[in-house]
Design a protein around this ligand. Structure first.
Ligand code: ZN
Length: 176
C-alpha cells in the first residue's frame, strides 16, 4: 500500500456539523470511492478517489454553511458507441446546515439545505456522494472524433444481431 501524504488524507465520515462551523474547520482530503456504493452503482467504474476541498463557516446572515468543491474520475458507458468513456466529474456547492424542515425553509435560495441529526451529526461522505451523483452527465459520450474511431466488435456475441454501423459506411466512403 502506498503511503499517504497529508493532502491525501481521508475525509472524516461522520462529523459534528455545528462544531465544525464554530471552529471554521477546513478540509482538503479525499474519499476512497470504493466506499461510495450509490456512486459505484451509477457508473461503470470509479477511476479515482473523490478529492474534496471543504470549509465550514457562518455566512454574513449567521447561517451555518458548508462550502466546497469535489472532483473525481469515473468510467461510464458512452451513449453513442456503448464503449467505456472516462468522465471527469466536478462540483461546487454551498450547503446550509439545518436541524429540521422548518430551518430548511428559512434558508436563502443560494444555500441547498442539508439536514444534520438531532445531535448535529452530518454524514459527510453521503453529502459529497450526493454532489458527485448530481454532477454526473445524463448522456455521457466520447468526443465526436474519438467515438468515430471506435471499430465495432469483430466477434458476434450471442444475442447480438449484426446491424449496419453508420461509421462503417463512413469509413468505406473515406477509403475511396
Ligand atoms: Zn463513444
Amino acid at each position: 500500500m502506498m503511503s499517504r501524504t497529508m493532502a491525501e488524507a481521508q475525509l472524516p465520515h461522520r462529523v459534528d456539523g455545528p462544531k465544525l462551523v464554530e471552529n471554521n474547520q477546513q478540509f482538503s482530503a479525499q474519499i476512497d470511492s470504493s466506499v461510495l456504493s450509490r456512486l459505484n452503482d451509477a457508473v461503470d467504474r470509479c477511476l479515482a478517489p473523490v478529492s474534496c476541498v471543504l470549509s465550514f463557516d457562518r455566512d454574513e446572515e449567521r447561517h451555518r454553511v458548508l462550502k466546497g468543491s469535489c472532483s473525481t474520475r469515473v468510467s461510464m458507458v458512452c451513449q453513442r458507441c456503448l464503449e467505456p468513456v472516462e468522465v471527469r466529474v466536478e462540483s461546487q456547492f454551498s450547503l446550509g446546515l439545518v436541524f429540521n424542515d422548518e430551518q430548511a425553509k428559512q434558508l436563502p435560495r443560494r444555500l441547498e439545505p442539508v439536514e444534520v441529526d438531532e445531535n448535529g451529526i452530518l454524514d459527510l461522505w453521503s453529502v459529497i456522494e450526493d454532489e458527485v451523483l448530481l454532477a454526473l452527465p445524463m448522456f455521457p459520450t466520447h468526443e465526436a472524433s474519438e467515438c468515430q474511431m471506435r471499430q465495432p466488435e469483430p466477434e458476434n456475441k450471442p444475442g447480438n444481431e449484426k446491424r449496419p454501423n453508420p461509421f462503417d459506411v463512413l469509413a468505406q466512403l473515406k477509403q475511396k
